[in-house]
Design a protein. Sequence first.
Length: 379
Amino acid sequence: MRITANFDAGNIDVINVEDKKNIQLAIRPDFGGEFFQWFNFRMEAEVGEQYVLNIVNAGEASYLEGWDNYQAVASYDRQHWFRLPTSYKDGKLTIVADMDYESIQIAYFAPYSYEQHQDLLATVQMHPLACLEHLGETLDKRDLTLVKIGGSDSNNDANKRNIWIIARQHPGETMAEWLADGLMHSLLDEDNATAKLLLDKANFYIVPNMNPDGSVRGHLRTNAVGTNLNREWSSPSLEKSPEVFHVIHKMEQTGVDLFYDVHGDEALPFVFLAGSQGTPSYNDRLAQLRDRFSDVLKLASADFQSEFGYDVDAPGTANMTVATNWVAERFDCLANTLEMPFKDNDNVPDAATGWSPERSMKLGDASLIAMLAVVDDLR
Ligand code: ZN
């Protein structure tokens, strides 16, 4: 048998594969060594046999609560992803795989590859309402690409609201790009009345992958030089965080009326929002918009809830290096971080798949309904 991670977004170091009941693996840290939790590898083994894989450095990973009740994701065909029996004890994450076919891919969450990312961009650019814009290069010289989706009447742009959606600042949070994919397909669906009405009222600026370098490198949380992009917004630089630098440059040209920053959370088994309540200029208008957005999203998707989430920042205590806080303050706009689980949604659990690409995509569709509920009052 053999194990390899030598492909797009692959991550694993093989320590020992001699005993199939105690295969020893380790997750390779992000550049700089500060973060790790993302793994993604392929195992080729004997059909009908059981293999026990131990990730021996799981106890040093970034979010240890992330392993509680966590089940690893796997696929034979790399299309349909299911969960494998997984347990965490004494610093080791143990995954049990019964081989139905010769080759299985095992990952922290269903990958969204760089090839898929390029397929997505190529597909949406063919739609008459969509166009691509090259915002700049990353440190590994990949493209940072913006998808603009708007009405055909560009003269009308000044009256329209500007909705910005970014996904995958943290590259291991692949559910964020699955959501962006689902949202864009709904937005471009000519039979979707919510989308049609929204596009009459708003232009969309979508960055479906904010961190292509970290994605390809198989990082959890950082870019090519180990920078956590979601701590760079108050002072981005071309040396450390060109991704944020270029996006802010474009935001200054377009303005921002609604900001949606899409993430995954390692620990919490729920879908939730984190807002900008702790920013210096937070006000009743933004609070009311936030409440309406949250209430409508709850109706639009039973996967969304507002009971569980992060502690809300006290007034004036927000970390202004975080995208949602920085954008809310700079543009006096409704800004939210959306968090989806790596594990499952405990309110509506699905033991076979847990949280999944399909559910992420549907939540992207539902997000449009919440956006329509607030769009007229964003300014
Ligand atoms: Zn994140």
